[in-house]
Design a protein. Structure first.
Length: 673
């Protein structure tokens, strides 16, 4: 039974349908008296106490002395595979049964309160609890959160069940609906046995608990009826005598709408006056009541009477359910244990002994080595791939600024990859035909000699395509900086995540150096752009050859080879466009060389100055500052203190793995028995 409790505390009930017993009934149906009789403890009975939340009770006989512990278990989303145990211990270990009542009241107040500070309830008196529940604003009228009661009793029958708040009728509709929905939720599982308390003073068909139980289980396969208050059945109520006798006999006939697979039990429980006199279900006066009182004496199956028989049979049914679900439970526990151990293996390793300074240097050196290898492209190739992709985008953006010379104002075909018939006059600012180039020549002409093209023509067109390079370069630079900064964050997690202070120490230095490198590199790339501005030079020996290729290409537009001449096109002497074609070819050739030179140089500069040089700049400052930390008392130890979040997760996962291993061992033992 403790196995079920431990699994629920670990969140297993959020993953699969754990076997359980749920006790439901209307208020005044005798449910509280039944719980007392089963557990041997007194539960609060007055208004506003244990009727407001579920109580899960586990009884175990594997002990030498009686003890009771109380815990609080909040409901809500929780994964069985990952996460800490959700139960919160409340109060001390109780060794006197008389103290259980007040501690249950305190637990009730604590679990109804939305205040996360539950410890303040541990010193309250019963009267203080009543006033707080009635008057304090942060109190909920009901809650799905559960009070968990663990009873160790050498004389008990092993059993685990959940006692739900009694169904109510005379209250606000929200409270009525909340309790109904709470009952529906708990009785829905196919591995849930539903224990319904039914006072014989009422018609069974009018019992709200019976209606909800039948709603969840129309066939009656999981329902167990518990008839209470048998002494309230008057001797003269012959019809009622016959009805309850037939109910207890539980004949599986077509006309018996009350048939249940596990049948009914009838229990005699002390009323308030009897309890005040010290009577319990086990020592009530007239112990032969069922044997001498009609209609109970006429029922043949005598095991259907008394709390002892009820507890024994229900416990056996629960064991059967557990045995039937053992394979499923075992598989889930093994999967959860493996996931827990895997998660522990994924947590950053802790240093094992040694001198703090040495351990810190080993961690830092490991970080720096991997940083250098990644910057050189020897490891973490995704970094190089991301940067390379961005540099390729920069090349595309720069190439898109290429002047689109289209000397075809009145012609249909241009034999060059620079041209596209579909985007003639598409609004691009870098598209030039013969007329556009001629206009530039005219605008730049001053007192040049006849036949000389002004140098300003070439400068004007070159400056136009250079104009967009700076913005594209800055965007690329910022993106490379972002990519590398994000990589540094991830790399520090890989090496230093277990040590928050050391990670902050290293990252703060890395960011400082990276920001400094950013400023220096940015200044360099800005200078590179300015160098492209003037003078426009190149020492490429093939400049003239490439220029002539473009001149032939543009020339062929106007004077194509004879086999390509279109007879419908009027003949125009090519010398009319000699200057325009020379300008086009010269600027296009210079663009190609400048574009290739600029794209390659910016890549090398950013990679070298921003990425590849970081280790050489970072290492000396880290070591220098680490030596200063070494001189401060506790400085190195502070750097090596484990991250609180990781320490907490390591502790939780370790405790969880221990609990799961214990549960697995108990499951293995259970299967052998």
């Amino acid at each position: 039974m403790q196995l079920l409790r431990d699994l629920r505390n670990l969140g297993a009930d959020t993953v699969f349908d754990l076997p359980k017993i749920v006790v439901i009934g209307s208020q005044s149906a005798g449910k509280s008296s039944l719980i007392e009789a089963v557990t041997g403890i007194n539960v609060p009975r007055d208004s506003g106490t244990c009727t407001r939340c579920p109580m899960e009770c586990t009884m175990s006989s594997a002990t030498e002395s009686w003890t009771c512990t109380i815990s609080l278990r909040p409901e809500g989303p929780m994964e069985f595979i990952a996460g800490a145990e959700r139960v919160q211990r409340f109060g001390p270990v109780i060794t006197n049964k008389r103290d259980v009542d007040i501690w249950l009241r305190r637990a009730q107040g604590a679990i109804l309160s939305t205040d996360p500070n539950k410890s303040r309830w541990e010193k309250m008196s019963a009267d203080e609890i009543k006033r707080a529940i009635r008057d304090e604003d942060e109190m909920r009228p009901f809650t799905e959160d559960t009070i968990v009661v663990d009873i160790q009793d050498p004389d008990a029958t092993d059993l685990s069940f959940v006692d739900l708040p009694g169904l109510i009728q005379n209250s606000d509709q929200n409270s009525i609906d909340l309790i109904k929905n709470l009952v529906r939720k708990h009785v829905a599982g196919q591995n849930t046995l539903i224990l319904v308390t039914i006072p014989v003073s009422d018609d069974i068909q009018n019992q709200g608990a019976v209606v909800l139980a039948k709603e969840a289980d129309p066939s009656g396969r999981r329902i167990i009826g518990v008839l209470t208050k048998p002494d309230m059945l008057l001797p003269g109520a012959i019809g009622a005598h016959q009805l309850w006798k037939q109910t207890l006999e539980n004949q599986n006939t077509p006309n018996n709408q009350n048939y249940l697979q596990h049948g009914y039990y009838c229990v005699r429980l002390p009323d308030d006056a009897s309890r005040q006199k010290g009577y319990t279900a086990q020592n009530l006066p007239n112990p032969d009541y069922f044997d001498v009182t009609r209609p109970w004496s006429e029922v043949e199956d005598r095991r259907r009477f008394g709390v002892t028989n009820l507890v024994s049979d229900v416990s056996a049914l629960l064991v059967q359910l557990i045995e039937a679900n053992l394979p499923m439970i075992r598989n889930a526990v093994e999967a959860a244990l493996k996931a827990c151990l895997d998660r522990l293996a994924q947590l950053p390793p802790l240093t094992q002994g040694g001198e703090p300074f040495t351990n810190i240097m080993l961690l830092i050196n490991g970080f720096l080595r991997e940083l250098d290898a990644a910057a050189q492209g020897d490891s973490h190739k995704s970094l190089a791939q991301s940067c390379r992709q961005r540099y390729n985008s920069l090349r595309d953006e720069i190439f898109a600024s290429c002047p689109q010379f289209r000397p075809k104002t009145q012609y249909k075909r241009v034999p060059s990859s620079d041209y596209d018939d579909d985007d003639e006059d598409d609004g691009q600012v870098n598209v030039y035909d013969i007329a556009a180039v001629n206009r530039v020549i005219q605008e730049c002409t001053s007192w040049e000699l006849p036949g000389c093209i002004p140098y300003d023509v070439y400068k004007t067109l070159i400056k136009r395509f250079l104009h967009s390079w700076n913005a594209s370069l800055q965007d690329c630079f910022e993106e490379i900086f972002r990519i590398f900064s994000a990589f540094l964050e991830g790399l520090s997690d890989n090496h230093l995540a277990a040590y928050r202070n050391l990670k902050v120490f290293v990252l703060s230095h890395a960011r400082t150096q990276l920001e400094q490198a950013k400023k220096e590199t940015q200044a360099s790339v800005e200078k590179l752009v300015s160098l492209e501005g003037q003078p426009f030079v190149t020492q490429r020996s093939d400049f003239v050859a490439k220029q002539e290729e473009w001149m032939r290409s543009y020339h062929n537009v106007f004077w194509p080879p004879p086999k390509l001449r279109n007879a419908e096109v009027a003949y125009t002497p090519s010398w009319h466009y000699r200057d325009e074609i020379h300008v086009m070819a010269t600027v296009r050739t210079y663009f190609q060389f400048a574009y290739e030179r600029f794209a390659d140089t910016t890549l090398l500069m950013q990679e070298h100055d921003l990425v590849q040089s970081l280790r050489s700049k970072l290492e000396p400052t880290l070591i220098s500052d680490l030596m200063n930390v070494r001189t401060r008392a506790g400085g190195l130890e502070n750097l090596l203190s484990e991250d609180p979040d990781i320490e907490r997760e390591r502790r939780e996962q370790t405790n969880r793995s221990v609990r799961l291993a214990e549960i697995k061992n108990r499951l293995d033992t259970f299967s052998v028995i």
